[in-house]
Design a protein around this ligand. Structure first.
Ligand SMILES: Nc1ncnc2c1ncn2[C@@H]1O[C@H](COP(=O)(O)OP(=O)(O)OP(=O)(O)O)[C@@H](O)[C@H]1O
Ligand SMILES: [Mg+2]
Length: 169
């Protein structure tokens, strides 16, 4: 599936990223995957935490969302739906992801995958790609979103909202 550029923010703050992640929470459904790339400290876990906790809040659930840097995978059962929060930084061979059961999770869970570039050719079709890059201003990041299928239609209202934000520079 072709990845279409959907959105670019030249300098998004941590707070704005969290608001954007929260706005995505109700839109996500079983089988959706977000692939997150960007250097150490870019804000991948920050985005995932805000999305997962917003999804928990929808069902009155409160739980810590630690970074999966060491465990590789943290799973959450939220109102009968699984969220997989994955960090592949320590993945050696892309095929190790099969041992983690990640290929099955791609089909039935909501998967948020940090360091997704480690998947190589095993990146799932139809995923949303979220890429963060460092900015000369250390309090902000450059954000790129890309995806095929119906991501554009599903995210259009959120992207419009983020783009209209007073903070957009
Ligand atoms: N958009 C942003 N603008 C500025 N700072 C941010 C932004 N997003 C996150 N941060 C800050 O960057 C720091 C690192 O974020 P985080 O741990 O989410 O990075 P990461 O990409 O998951 O790194 P790693 O590759 O080590 O997992 C946090 O202190 C967070 O508050
Ligand atoms: Mg992280």
């Amino acid at each position: 599936m072709t990845l279409h550029p959907l959105f670019m923010h030249p300098a998004i703050s941590a707070e704005e990223m969290a608001r954007f992640a929260e706005s995505m929470a109700p839109v996500m459904r079983a089988g959706d995957t977000i692939l997150l790339d960007g250097p150490v400290g870019a804000g991948k876990s920050h985005f995932c935490r805000a999305l997962i906790q917003a999804r928990m809040a929808q069902v009155g659930h409160v739980e810590d969302v630690p970074s999966p840097s060491f465990t590789l995978v943290q799973t959450y059962d939220i109102g009968g739906l699984e969220i997989w929060h994955v960090d592949l930084y320590r993945l050696g061979d892309p095929y190790e992801m099969l041992e983690l059961g990640l290929d099955d999770a791609f089909g039935g869970a909501i998967c948020l995958v940090e360091w997704a570039e480690r998947l190589g050719d095993l990146r799932p079709q139809g995923a949303l790609q979220l890429t963060l890059a460092a900015n000369p201003n250390p309090d902000t990041r450059q954000l790129h979103l890309a995806g095929g299928g119906d991501w554009q239609r599903r995210l259009a209202p959120l992207i419009d909202h983020a783009a209209r934000s007073d903070h957009v520079r």
